[in-house]
Design a protein around this ligand. Structure first.
Ligand code: SAH
Length: 398
């Protein structure tokens, strides 16, 4: 991949950080996700659903709670973006099975958006036991199967190919993998950061500043910006617009969980290999590259089509979802001390402010009518109170 990038640079000049990140992560032959996939204990980074079943269970309950608040529609699609090893959907499906009596009349289907052939194979194994049909010549649905619990699953490369309809969207540690542009404030104004060949060291890359303003500088930097360095992820913006359009038209909800900030951080672009920090410009394609999600940008890109909730810290969201109760039940039901120890350890990883509790955030998109009554000026009838959205406010037990 480095050779390919050097040839490209020599032919047409420096790359934007976004082009570099896209190549490093999802180049069809040599990209990090396409080739390695890296998620899990033996990979380069471990995510919350890989750590604990409770994480996915509580998210499953969040969707059921939204489904009930919407008046139990007859059908829904669960659409996961970047499902990794498939553990999160697997845990959610277990909850759906446990609550089968509630969901029995509902027609549920699963839709996974995944670019990595390697990870989609792992997902198929996890969710269906490997019983899938591939359709390599079909551009839209490239694989189909039935979950171990009897629910149809389809795989796509792009969200645009997922059928429209009432849907619950899920993106966990997905947005941080989308390519970012980087900008630096200089005495001459904003300049885009680019990736170029280092003239001093053979076959090594380095960051340079564009000599003049680029179209991206003009389009992505807000006039009121006060930071010295800014990262912008236009692909995330386009995706949020698509989700907001779909939710406005068909209803449902989107839950986005990732590490991020609300438009305050500057340089967050970093790499991981083997659970250790990795120079982002070294050996592209061999390490996970990531940047914090700017939730304020996501909120702006909904363009008011949906309401948004959050970002709220992971430990607050999970607490509001009842993680403490769930832990107690699992501890009571586990027979050996090793299992109890493992349950406590994974709870600590998810909730401890120094671990994943504070840096990961939950953010939701919901149709406006979910949070506010439509304006009914002529109707003076008292309105039924709106059901609070689980996870985003304190849990009250009745
Ligand atoms: N959600 C999982 C995995 C996170 S890793 C978890 O929390 O464990 C990021 C995931 O997004 C991987 O499955 C990766 O292959 C996928 N991915 C990255 N870029 C993508 C893109 N542009 N389109 C679709 N999937 C992508």
């Amino acid at each position: 991949l480095l050779r390919h990038l050097l040839l490209k640079l020599r032919a047409s000049g420096p790359l934007t950080v976004a082009e570099y990140m896209r190549e490093a992560l999802t180049n069809p032959g040599q990209g990090y996700y396409t080739r390695r996939g890296g998620v899990g204990e033996s990979g380069d980074f471990v995510t919350s659903p890989e750590m604990s079943q409770v994480f996915g269970e509580l998210i499953g309950i969040w969707y059921i709670s939204e489904w009930m608040a919407a008046g139990k529609p007859k059908a829904f699609q669960l659409v996961e973006l970047g499902p990794g090893r498939g553990s999160l959907t697997d845990d959610i499906l277990r909850v759906f099975t446990q609550l089968a009596s509630l969901l029995s009349k509902c027609d549920i289907s699963i839709h996974l958006v995944e670019v990595s052939p390697k990870l989609s194979e792992i997902q198929a194994q996890m969710l269906t036991g490997g019983k899938v049909q591939s359709s390599p010549r079909d551009d839209t649905v490239y694989m189909k199967g039935i979950s171990k619990t009897g629910i149809p699953i389809s795989w796509y490369r792009d969200i645009q190919d997922v059928p429209q309809g009432y849907s619950f969207y899920l993106a966990h540690e997905f947005f941080d993998a989308l390519p970012i542009h980087k900008f630096q404030r200089t005495e001459k104004g904003w300049r885009e950061v680019l990736v170029d060949e280092d003239p001093e060291v053979p076959d090594q890359l380095r960051f340079v500043l564009a000599p003049s303003s680029t179209p991206a500088t003009q389009n992505f930097i807000q006039p009121e910006e006060t930071r010295e360095h800014v990262e912008v992820c236009p692909e995330a913006g386009v995706l949020i617009q698509r989700l907001a359009h779909r939710l406005e038209k068909d209803g449902g909800a989107a839950l986005i969980a990732d590490y991020g900030h609300d438009g305050t951080k500057t340089d967050t672009f970093r790499g991981f290999q083997n659970h250790k920090p990795h120079d982002v410009l070294k050996a592209p394609g061999t390490a996970d590259l990531t940047a914090d999600v700017d939730f304020s940008y996501l909120r702006k890109m909904t363009q008011g089509r949906t309401a948004t909730l959050g970002p709220i810290k992971q430990r607050e969201f999970l607490k509001n979802m009842g993680i403490d109760l769930r832990l107690q039940v699992l501890l009571q039901n586990s027979r050996d001390t090793a299992t109890q120890e493992q349950l406590r350890h994974s709870y600590d990883m998810l909730m401890n402010p120094q671990k994943m509790g504070d840096c990961f955030h939950f953010f939701a998109l919901l149709p406006h009518h979910r949070l506010t009554h439509p304006d009914q000026k002529d109707n003076l009838q008292p309105r039924a109170p709106l059901v609070p959205v689980a996870g985003f406010s304190e849990l009250t037990l009745k």
